[in-house]
Write a protein that binds this ligand. Structure first.
Ligand code: FSO
Ligand code: SF4
Length: 546
């Protein structure tokens, strides 16, 4: 096992025996084998696409996206579920290989294409196909940076896909990128270009997901979200999948059960289509890493639609109340399948909720959010006026992820220390570090504007581009917007690459720079994009705001 894909990697170097996230040794290795198979599939489909032959690309696309997603930090800890994916990818690879050969497609020689194995061989095969297979530290860094971007991209593509929105150009790119990092033909410069191209496809996928979400559920609007509790039993839904949110609200209506969001599902509260449900009470708790305490006091069942599962402690009372679906999984948690049409039956969760106590209040009051592009642009005049008059000196983008490391209190302190003529633009679960602070407003514009989930960073880019146009600027970097971003897992990687591909410079990233950036690759990012880590609150306020 060697894994260094997330911010909490051991010693900021790499997890070797067990993940800090809780992923065990053999599951981590098995994920390497799964990725290796995806690379093999991608090499075949890329060759077939280039040859212009017909094939079952749809199954390949779906398999690749879902499996990449399943290897994201904290998404799936279940060896059996990953092994099932490995079975499927070996079978799919064999089938595609046969199709390609039958149609006379020339395939490059690569072990990722030809390797086959049976379940009893998986553990042994996995040992030879991990990250350290690439021995050049810089090439490894660039390849893994691409793959982590692709993982984040795949998660967003999967959400859009579940709402019926797909883009074959994105699918073909993911496969070509996997092909390119595996074939070993690209120089460091070409790999750097691939990293940036991954970022530009990140923009495309976030735009696609934005379209999928807003066309399906309406444009997020300014909303006061209740953070207290009602007096009926509830179901807590976590993760990013709004299709699941919709189905859960539909199926719980009139059952006497309430619905609450946790962590990254908070922004579901901002969508018109969800707000109309009376039994949708609000948000319970904070970011993902607080789940061990918050799931105890919630008292009812919990549904994980995506990643950020924290392994429960041995004595956790909620263990039997947790359900997973989609790419998420944990040994012992129940898994909800979908039928061929994408429908899920949540009746087991609803029945369980009926036997549970209502949630115990841990907070009261409300928080405000819903500042995605449509909402903010509808008040563009007010925003531009506040900037021109000097009432707003700077916008500070503080998007990304929260995490459990102590050093992350920096982000709360930074938010508190910001001068009162600055506004925080946020998205992702990073917001839980400051969205309950009494930061006030500037002429009616709240000082923390939450656009939504991490993928809604797209909204912040749309807002920036619009402001640039309205203010008649020739460079996005001339806007009074600075970036101080928190990262944890691979969705933050695609968000960061997307911002870089838009030409945004001088982004600060914390609490630590990724371990997967080799010193040379980090230098390229620092020299060309002005990427920086974080310092002390005082220093960073000086650098970013003064
Ligand atoms: Fe947070 Fe987890 Fe959305 Fe991430 S819940 S950490 S960047 O999955 O995806 O922001
Ligand atoms: Fe370690 Fe992060 Fe990988 Fe988990 S995902 S094994 S914590 S680097």
């Amino acid at each position: 096992m060697f894994c260094y894909q997330c911010q909490e990697t051991a010693g900021n170097k790499g997890c070797l025996l067990k993940g800090v996230c809780g992923k065990d040794y053999s599951t981590a290795n098995l994920m390497d084998l799964l990725i290796f198979n995806l690379k093999g599939i991608a090499i075949i489909t890329t060759a077939m696409r280039r040859a212009g032959v017909a094939a079952d690309y749809r199954t390949a696309d779906k398999t690749i996206m879902e499996s990449l997603f399943a290897t994201i930090t904290n998404a799936n800890f279940d060896y059996t579920s990953i092994a099932k994916r490995v079975d499927n990818t070996f079978a799919l690879k064999a089938r595609l290989l046969q199709e390609a050969t039958a149609q006379g497609v020339q395939l490059p020689a690569n072990e990722a294409v030809t390797m086959q194995g049976s379940p009893e061989e998986y553990d042994r095969l996995a040992l030879g196909v991990g990250i350290l297979r690439e021995t050049n530290e810089d090439l490894r860094s660039l390849k893994e940076l691409t793959i982590y971007g692709l993982k984040g991209l795949a998660a967003y593509a999967e959400h859009a896909g579940r709402l019926g929105y797909e883009d074959d150009e994105i699918n073909a790119f993911v496969e070509r990128a996997l092909h390119d990092v595996t074939m070993g033909l690209l120089s460091a410069d070409e790999l750097t270009a691939l990293v940036l191209e991954t970022g530009s496809f990140g923009v495309k996928v976030m735009a696609l997901l934005d379209k999928a979400n807003t066309e399906s559920f309406g444009h997020p609007e300014i909303t006061e979200v209740n953070i207290g509790v009602g007096n009926r039993p509830g179901i807590l839904i976590s993760g990013h999948d709004l299709k699941d949110m919709e189905m859960l609200l539909e199926q719980t209506e009139g059952t006497g059960i309430d619905v609450y969001t946790h962590s990254e599902m908070l922004p579901a509260n901002y969508y018109p289509k969800f707000k109309k449900y009376k039994h949708f009470i609000g948000n319970y708790g904070n970011a993902w890493w607080k789940q061990r305490e918050e799931f105890e006091t919630f008292n009812g069942p919990i549904l994980f639609t995506t990643n950020c599962i924290v392994p429960p402690t041995a004595g956790a009372s909620y263990r039997d109340r947790v359900y997973t679906t989609n790419a998420a999984g944990y040994p012992g948690f129940k898994y909800i399948e979908s039928d061929a049409a994408g429908h899920k039956d949540f009746s087991e969760i609803i029945a369980m909720a009926k036997t549970c106590q209502p949630p115990t209040a841990i907070e009261s009051g409300s928080i405000i959010g819903g500042f995605a592009h449509h909402q903010v642009l509808s008040m563009a005049d007010k925003v531009v006026e506040a900037v021109s008059s000097g009432a707003i000196r700077k916008f500070v983008v503080m998007s990304g992820c929260d995490g459990r490391q102590k050093g992350r209190s920096y982000f709360t302190e930074f938010a508190e220390a910001l001068p009162s003529d600055t506004v925080i633009l946020t998205s992702g679960c990073a917001k839980f570090r400051y969205n309950k602070l009494p930061l006030g407003d500037i002429g009616g514009i709240p000082r923390v504007l939450d656009a939504g989930q991490c993928n809604d960073s797209y909204s912040l880019a749309v807002i920036a581009l619009k402001l640039k146009e309205v203010m008649g600027l020739d460079d996005i970097n001339k806007l009074p917007i600075v970036y101080n971003i928190a990262w944890y897992e691979q969705k933050a990687v695609i968000v960061l690459l997307a911002l870089l591909s838009l030409g945004i410079k001088n982004i600060h990233v914390g609490p630590t720079l990724p371990a997967f950036l080799s010193p040379n690759v980090a230098k390229v990012l620092i020299d060309n994009f002005g990427i920086a880590g974080i310092g002390t609150v005082e220093e960073d306020i000086k650098t970013l705001i003064a």
